[in-house]
Design a protein around this ligand. Structure first.
Ligand SMILES: [Zn+2]
Length: 274
C-alpha cells in the first residue's frame, strides 16, 4: 500500500512538473517573442555578423531606414515616438531587454533611434544657424569662430555623417538629461541598465570623460548601443570613410581641424572599440 501511494505521488509529481515547465515555456515565448521577426532575426544574426560588409553610404547614414530591408518599425509600446526604426537584430535584443526590465518594474522607452544623414543635418544646422539654442545661447550670433562653434555643438550632437544614430544600432532611452538619471526613477533605470544591459548586447559608448576616454562627446547615460553589430560598424568606418566624406552641411569645413573621425567616431568607451 505504502509503495503504491509513493509510486502514485511520484507519477503525479512528474506530470505536475512537466505541466509547469510546459506552461512556463509557452508563457516565456509569449513574453519574449512579441513579433514575428524575432525568430528570423535571431537565427540570422550569426551569419549576418560573419558576412556584414557595410557600404560607405550606410556608414554615413545616407539611406532611408523606412525602406531598408534590415530595418523594422519600433512598436508603439517601446517608444515615445511614431514612425521610428531600428535594425532588426538590435530591436530583437532590445525587446528582450525591455521585457526583462519590465519584470523588475523598470520601464525602458526609446526616445530616439535611427536618424539618417538628412535628419542629423537638420539638427546640426539648426544649432549652427542659431534656430535652436545650445545651453541657452544663439551660437550664430554669440560664437563667431567656426571651430569653436562646432566644438560647442559637438559636446552632445554629431556632425552629419558621423553619428552612431545613422547605423540603426543605437538608441536613446527615457531622457536626454544627465540630471534625470541621478535620482528617482532615472537613477533606478540607469542602475538597472549598467547592471543588465550587457546581457542583451547593449553598452554605453559615451561614458564619463577622463584619462580612459579623453576625447569625444560628453557622457550620455541615455545612449546605448547594440554592440554585436556596432562594433563591426566602428571597425569598418575608418577603413572606408575619410574626412573628405564629411561634407554637405553648414560648418563641414571644421571636420578636418577637429579630426572628427579620430576624436568623435572613435572617441568612445574602450569596451565599444573593435
Ligand atoms: Zn544618442
Amino acid at each position: 500500500m505504502f509503495n503504491f501511494k509513493a509510486k502514485m505521488r511520484t507519477i503525479v509529481g512528474f506530470w505536475v512538473i512537466l505541466g509547469v515547465i510546459f506552461f512556463h515555456c509557452k508563457h516565456s515565448e509569449r513574453i519574449s517573442l512579441p513579433t514575428n521577426i524575432t525568430q528570423q532575426a535571431s537565427s540570422e544574426l550569426q551569419s549576418t555578423q560573419d558576412s556584414l560588409n557595410f557600404s560607405k553610404e550606410y556608414l554615413l547614414g545616407k539611406f532611408d531606414p523606412a525602406t531598408h530591408p534590415d530595418f523594422v518599425k519600433i512598436d508603439t509600446k517601446h517608444t515615445t515616438k511614431s514612425d521610428v526604426y531600428l535594425r532588426k537584430d538590435a530591436y530583437v535584443a532590445f525587446v528582450k531587454m525591455y521585457d526583462a526590465a519590465q519584470k523588475e518594474g523598470v520601464n525602458l522607452q526609446i526616445i530616439s533611434s535611427t536618424r539618417n544623414f538628412s535628419s542629423q543635418k537638420s539638427i546640426w544646422e539648426a544649432k549652427w544657424n542659431g534656430e535652436r539654442l545650445v545651453d541657452g545661447k544663439n551660437l550664430a550670433t554669440e560664437v563667431k569662430d567656426s571651430i569653436e562653434r562646432a566644438r560647442i555643438i559637438l559636446r552632445y550632437s554629431s556632425m552629419p555623417g558621423t553619428s552612431r544614430h545613422h547605423w540603426g544600432t543605437d538608441i536613446d532611452i527615457n531622457d536626454l538629461n544627465d540630471s534625470y538619471f541621478l535620482s528617482g526613477n532615472g537613477k533606478k533605470e540607469y542602475e538597472w541598465l549598467t547592471a543588465n544591459a550587457h546581457k542583451f548586447g547593449y553598452y554605453q559608448p559615451y561614458t564619463s570623460k577622463g584619462a580612459e576616454r579623453p576625447n569625444g562627446y560628453e557622457e550620455e547615460k541615455w545612449h546605448w548601443t547594440y554592440l554585436p553589430i556596432s562594433k563591426i560598424l566602428v571597425k569598418q568606418y575608418p577603413e572606408k570613410v575619410t574626412i573628405a566624406d564629411i561634407t554637405g552641411f553648414k560648418g563641414a569645413g571644421t571636420a578636418s581641424t577637429l579630426d572628427v573621425i579620430k576624436n568623435y567616431v572613435l572617441g568612445i568607451d574602450k569596451a565599444c572599440l573593435p
